[in-house]
Write a protein that binds this ligand. Sequence first.
Ligand SMILES: Cc1ncc(COP(=O)(O)O)c(C=O)c1O
Length: 383
Amino acid sequence: MSATAQLPHRCWVEIDLAALERNFKLIRASLPPHIKFVAVVKADAYGHGLPQVATRLMHAGADLFAVATLAEATVLRELSGDWPVLLLSPVLPDEDRYLAEYDLATTVSSADEVQRFDAVGRAAGKPVAVHLKIDTGMGRLGVWHPEAGALYARIRAAQGVRLAGVFTHFSSADEDSAFTEKQRRVFLAALKSFPDFDPTGLFIHADNSAGLETTPGGSVFNAVRVGLLQFGILPHPHSMLARVKAEPVFSFHTRVGLVKKLPTGTGVSYGQTHVLKRDSTLAILTAGYGDGIARACSNRAEVLIHGRRCPVLGRVTMDQTIVDITDMAAKVRAGDPVVLVGRQAGGEITLPQFSDWSDSIPWETLCSVTKRVPRHYRTPLGI
Ligand SMILES: Cc1ncc(COP(=O)(O)O)c(C=O)c1O
């Protein structure tokens, strides 16, 4: 154990891996039994810690892991030599050879990529697995849908690549169900245009978390690609996925570093954007934007101390954030725990709420907790 690991904690994240596994099982149970689970664990498993999350999801039985980068894929390869892994982001030409070396499936959007991966597969004597991505209206990766049939034919003809899946990605599943429906129709029409399309053994997938709200029954889709919901966060506040009853895996904590009184009329923090309207007691917290409390939280966010909400006063700074504890001054001491996201003594601040205060979205918030913040993994024995 490193020396810093033994020091008291000033700001930390708690990850509840048992909740992650329960969420996985709840999502699975909410879907027809033949649907495969592609666990999206890119960006360090949305900041939850890739090796820890993937290990638990392997134990739970995830069918396939989706990551963005080769470096993330190598972390998975350290855990398992053969668990199926899909790269979602474009592979750079000088990364091509690692597809064979690490036995990774990758996304294909263009004829140039097919040609490159075909060469890698031929040289390795084992075809590279590819998932053909169709752009049905996301306007990012994928072959534009009218051209998908031609690319499918190229893949089928190339001996150095093996088609393992076909997929698309929704641009607005959390806010525009009509457009999502349109993307599904465009995808199905593209599949129909494929010469001699044979879906046997292929992953056919589209749904991210929000897509699960409108997954059609009895269709060609046989896999889902879930990120946020497995971490217990709904893709939007009114999501019908609340019925799944997934619980948050992530909580965010800091402590009171100093309690101090200041008189009416004093400006608080950089730029004096808050001026005290009464004689006040303030708690100076041992975390700031250097830890992942966005500066947008200045004069907006609240935190929990002894279960009570305390408002942030003035600007969030790099290492400290200042909150008003005037109404509970007698109770608060230096060292007391503070919850930024999570539950405490009957109070709760949700991740979506914290993200709103940060002018952000839960996906980004989870990726914004900085490197100096340790992740603590709750285990059944509490160790
Ligand atoms: C291609 C792709 N599929 C699936 C997901 C998972 O989305 P969500 O976290 O909303 O479930 C993402 C997330 O960014 C993605 O980029």
